[in-house]
Structures are given as C-alpha cells and as structure tokens.
Design a protein around this ligand. Sequence first.
Ligand code: NAP
Ligand code: MN
Length: 264
Amino acid sequence: MKFAITSKGDSKSNTLMHKMRTYLGDFDLQYDEDQPDLVISVGGDGTLLYAFHRYKSRLSKTAFIGVHTGHLGFYADWVPDEIEKLVIAIAKTPYQIVEYPLLEVIIRHNDGGKEARYLALNECTVKAIEGSLVMDVEIRGQNFETFRGDGLCISTPSGSTAYNKALGGAILHPSIRAIQVAEMASINNRVFRTIGSPLVLPEHHTCLLKPVNDVDFQITIDHLTLLHKDVKSIQCRVSKETIRFARFRPFPFWNRVRDSFVGS
Ligand code: NAP
Ligand code: MN
C-alpha cells in the first residue's frame, strides 16, 4: 500500500508527519505523493480540505484519514498521542471505508465557453461582488424564488457542521445523500420574499441559480475563493463521486458532533 501525508505546515504537524512517514516506512509501506492509496492529513479540517482538493482526481482510489494537531478537527479522528497505534493499525489491519457525499457545482458562462466544474467537500457559497446578491433559484427545473440578500450556501452533509451551521442550517448525517441550501441574511418584506428556511434536497434534485442583474460573483468552494464573471448559471447537486475515509475504529458521526460542539 502506498501512502502520502499532508501537513498543515506548523512545526507540530510537520514533526508528526515526519515521524509517521518514518514509522510507516519501517513497516515497508511506500511513500508516494502522486498516487497514494491512503492520504493522511495532519493538522485540522482546513488541512483535510486541502488534501481532498489535492487528490480530487483520484477519489475512487484514495482513502483519507485525519490526525488533528490542535484545532477543531471535525474530519480528523486521531490525536498525536495515538499515532503509534494508528501506524500499527494502518500497517496490520484491513480497514473499513466510509463514504461521504460530495457537492458538484457547474458554472456556465454567457459567452458559451467551457463550463467550470468543481467538487466541494464542505460547501459552495455565492456572494455578489458589490451590493446584494440577486438570484433566481430554480429547484428541479421549476422556479422557486428570487433570492435577495448577502448570499447562498450550498453544503454537503459533512459540511453541514461548518459554514452551514453558522447560518442556522441543520446538521445532516452523511449517510443521507443530500445537499442543503441555506440563506445568508435574505431581504424579506412586503416586496421581497424568500422561503427563509434551509432546504434539504435529495439526490437528483438540482438547485440552479440564475443571475437577475449582476453577472459577476464571488464563489467559494470549501477554502478556495474564486471570481467568476459573466455567469449564466450555477448548478448544484449531489455528486456521483464520494470521498472515502479509512476507518480503523468506530467513531460515529453524532459522537464527533457532540465532541466538537457540545463538549464531553
Ligand atoms: P478556517 O477559517 O480555519 O475554518 C473555520 C473553522 O471551520 C475552523 O475551525 C475549521 O476547523 C472548521 N471547519 C472546517 N470544516 C468543518 C466541518 N466540516 N465541520 C466543522 N467544522 C469545520 O478555514 P479552513 O480551515 O480553510 O476551512 C474552510 C471552511 O471554513 C469553509 O469550508 C467553511 O465551511 C468554513 N467557514 C465558516 C464560516 C462561518 O462559520 N461563519 C465562514 C467562512 C468559512 P479547523 O480549525 O480544524 O481547520
Ligand atoms: Mn482551519
């Protein structure tokens, strides 16, 4: 089995990365940064997001595992004290794979050029460059509402504990293949009206955003911020691809939620 390690870059994470690399080498596992079967992320959730985007072209062949060195680490199950145990588990035990849904975002432009396709592990957000975001929102091919406000956040189940949670969205279990659309400060009065609640869409129910006036947007995909000009539409749905996590011991999602947000 070939492995790669991604570090947050601070000295604690780097030390841990080097240690793990040496230990795994002692078990005759091969370090391969380009074609790993297993990617170990050492740091926080941001590090795992980075690792996901680094290896997104080979998701069906790669399993991820997170070790956290201080920050929240919602995606990271292992703490530094446990790395000897983890290394032995990686070297000796066949591991289970847990798959989480991803969000597919396709951005089309008015000039008819090539569409841009992205995969998000947490979410996509759409904001105006200036002033309010005004978007027609279509769900499953039907007009749903015209949104006016700060922005929209379309998240995955595992991303529902990130930005989405701060917007009052629900936490979705990642066994539910769905996406969630949450509003950022919508304008609601006699003239403008939006649903006002987060929406959970099942697989195949596409959410399509169509610009009303402005056609330039600030779009985020996880930790990445992009500027898209002359946008015709932004299409969001559950992706056919999934992210695979290697599980060496059970760590149920709700325990992870409790540990991260309620405390123990
Ligand atoms: P960051 O500013 O360091 O991330 C913000 C916080 O979100 C960090 O504590 C991070 O944990 C945590 N986080 C990331 N993914 C999570 C998840 N799936 N569940 C629970 N917590 C999660 O930036 P970053 O580390 O590059 O992460 C990018 C993410 O930040 C975006 O995808 C977005 O979800 C989130 N964000 C949140 C808000 C908000 O809540 N108002 C605003 C902007 C962006 P670590 O410290 O372990 O990295
Ligand atoms: Mn971070």
